[in-house]
Design a binder for this molecule. Sequence first.
Ligand code: PMP
Ligand code: GLN
Length: 437
Amino acid sequence: MVQSPAHTTTSTTPPGRGHRPAGRVAGIGPTIFATVTAEAVRTGAANLGQGFPDDDGPAEMLRIAADAILGGDNQYGPGPGVAQLREAVARDRRNRWGQQVTADDVLVTVGATEAIAASVLGLVDEGQSVVTLEPTYDAYTAAVGLAGATVRPVRLRLSTTGTTGTTGTGSTGVRRWSLDREAFAAAVAGPGTAAVLLNTPHNPTGTVLGRGDLEFIADCVRGTDIVVISDEVYERLTFDGEHIPFATLDGMADRTVTISSAAKSFNVTGWKTGWAIAVPELLGPVTAAKQFLTYVGVTPLQPAVAWALDNADAWSRDWARTLRSRRGRLTTALRDAGMEVLGSDGTYYVITDISPLGLTGADGNPMSAEEFCRRLPAAVGVAGIPVSAFVNDRAAADPSDPVHTLVRWTFCKNDETLDLAAVRLRSGVKVHLAGGE
Ligand code: PMP
Ligand code: GLN
C-alpha cells in the first residue's frame, strides 16, 4: 500500500475484540491526506497538504443544489446517473475536447474515486497487472490491491532536460518530470498486463503529458487487449501546455475509460460526484461493479453539476488564472525558504526538494521528507505531503531514492492561507527544524 512508513500500521495485534482485519486491508492506516489534515487542524498549521480549495464553486451551481434538496429531489436516481448530468458530461466532452461521446457512454459515480475502483474491479482480474505512472496517486494502488491485482509502477524521470515529449514551458535549469518511454514500454509488455492507469495532468507532480508521450502510450497498447483508464480530474487545470484526453487519440476511444469529476473542476471536493466515460463494452463491466459499491450517485447534486458543465466555462477559466498566479506566489515563497522547486504545468500542486536546506534528521542522516512533513506543522505552522507516500513501499523505505527528500505542496488555498504559509516558511524552516525532535 502506498503510505509513508510513519503512517503505516505495522502491529499484528488483532484490533478491538479480537477481530482480525481481512488480508486485503491489513496494515492500511488512514491515508496520508487525512493524516496530514488532522495534524494541520491540531496544530493550527496552514494546510498546504490535502488538495481541497478554500474558495467555493460557482454560486448558481450551489443554489441549484440547495434548491434541489429543499425541493424534494432526495431519493435514489437512475442507476447510470441523472439523464441531465449524463447529457451535460457528453456535451462538455464533445464541445471542449472533440471527444465523440453520447449520454449512453456516461456513468455517474460517487467521485472519481469510485469510478477508478469500479473500473479496476470491472475490468481487471485477480492476479493481473496494472501499469501506473509513479509517483502514483494512492487510490490507484489501493483499488488495484482490493481487486487482488498488482500495480506495476513506471517511475517518471526527473531531470533538467526532461522536456522531451511534454508540452510544458520547461524553463531552463528547472528539474521536471517526464515519461520514461523505454521503461513504460517494458512495463506494458510485461506478463498479465490488463490495464494502464494514466493520469494527466498528473497528481502529485503536475506533469502534463504531451501529444508525443500520449501517442507513444497509444502505440504501446495498440493491437493488445489492454484497457486504458485515464484519470483526467485536473482537465481544466492545465496552466502550461495543453490537456489532451487520451480517448481522442486515433483508435483509443474503444479501449479507454475516461474519468473525471466535479471536485477539482468546480471546487466541490465534498460533493463526491464524478463520472466514467467509455463505449458500452467497457462501461457495462464498470457499471456492474459500481452498482454494488454505492448503487447510484447523489441525486440532488447532479442537476447542479450539469448546470456548471453547461454554463461555468468562464468561471473555470478565471479559476485557472487565479490558480496559475497562486502557483507563482507559492513557488517564490518556497524558493525564498531555501528549497528547490520542481517544474509543474498543471493540477493543484508543486513539488520541492528539501535537500538544499541541509537539515539533519533524528537518525543523524539527511532529513527525509517524511520526517520533515511530520515535524513541520508543529514547528513551523505549515503542512505538506511527503512524495514518498506516492511510491511503492520499497522505494519509500530507500533513503537513496530521490523521492526521499521531495515534498508536495498545494497552491489551491485562498490568499490568506497562502500568505500565512509564505510568512511562516520565510521565517526560517531551517532554524525551526534544526536539532532533534
Ligand atoms: N484522481 C486524482 C488524480 C485526484 O487527485 C483525486 C482527488 N480529487 C481524485 C482522483 C478523486 O476525485 P474525487 O474527489 O472526485 O473522488
Ligand atoms: N486529491 C486530493 C489530494 O491529492 C485529495 C485526496 C484525498 O484526500 N483522498 O490531495
